[in-house]
Ligand binder design. Sequence first.
Ligand code: NAP
Ligand code: COA
Length: 270
Amino acid sequence: MNVFRTDLFKDKVAFVSGGTSGINLEIAKHYARLGAKVAVMSRSQEKVDKAIAEIQAEGGVAVGYAADVRDFDAVLNAVEATVDSLGKLDIVISGAAGNFMCPAEALSPNGFKTVVDIDLNGTFNILRASYDYANAGCSMISISAPQSTGAYWGQAHVSAAKAGIDMLTRSLAAEWGPKNIRVNAIVPGPIEGTEGMERLSPTPEMVAMVKNSVALRCYGSKQNIADMATFLASEAASYVTGAVMYCDGGQVLAGGGVTHAYAEQQAKAQ
Ligand code: NAP
Ligand code: COA
């Protein structure tokens, strides 16, 4: 159900990294339904083409580019192409991420580096490339994760990267505030029907344990995160910057992290 004015983002342009699947695609679609012209970016041209087609099939305006967030020049080209084709840049979502379960003692230096490069350095690349083209009033939103504050078995690489995103959010908000560029982050809880949760909780036992760790005792929906991203990009959040916003059903209230029983299930599932 949409609770926002249907022309909320009329005349706005949004760029969504990782916008070709899961949570980020839902954000891109929701923005388009509210009138924004959207650009999606991810590595796979096939996924880019499919995402564009899905948004256009709903009557939205969409373009897209295949690029890796780890390649700053490619990111810059995608941002420039967005501004060339859609005219400006009002909203930026940095949502591309990579994840896999791996206990630290089994993780190679390149495995650790790969996730930090995609999640943290990739977020810097997206926001830095966007800065030069951002309109005054631009809203930049990064997608963080519960691992930024909670220690999860097999997630040292993601925790390091997402904690970095939270501090990058605060730092850029402080530096870019005087230009009226707002920089915020969203911490989604466990979200139904996503690649992320397929990777993190592959068995019914683990799903049950995760739900039990959430105050509301259920998974969230992709729409829940799209709604938070809509609030943060809207005028209603015009005095909100440097915030790391939880949309997690109260999962963080238990302190984050996982129980030993969950870690044992994780180990068995590998
Ligand atoms: P997803 O469906 O796997 O989406 C990841 C997106 O990032 C895809 O579009 C992927 O497309 C793109 N991507 C991956 N590596 C990339 C790279 N190097 N360069 C450019 N694009 C890249 O994931 P999701 O589960 O919806 O998660 C989306 C975001 O929410 C992530 O930031 C994740 O950490 C966060 N999050 C998710 C959950 C959850 O419950 N799922 C919970 C907390 C936080 P290509 O393969 O085409 O590159
Ligand atoms: N366990 C341990 N190490 C792993 C791993 C796993 N499951 N998957 C990859 N790695 C390691 C590789 O072994 C490699 O290290 P090495 O050179 O020392 O062997 C390093 O990570 C890079 O792997 P590679 O496959 O070359 O990376 P990539 O850039 O092609 O892919 C990933 C990045 C690994 C994150 C891949 O899972 C991906 O593309 N994910 C995107 C989708 C996603 O993760 N969605 C959920 C978002 S929350």
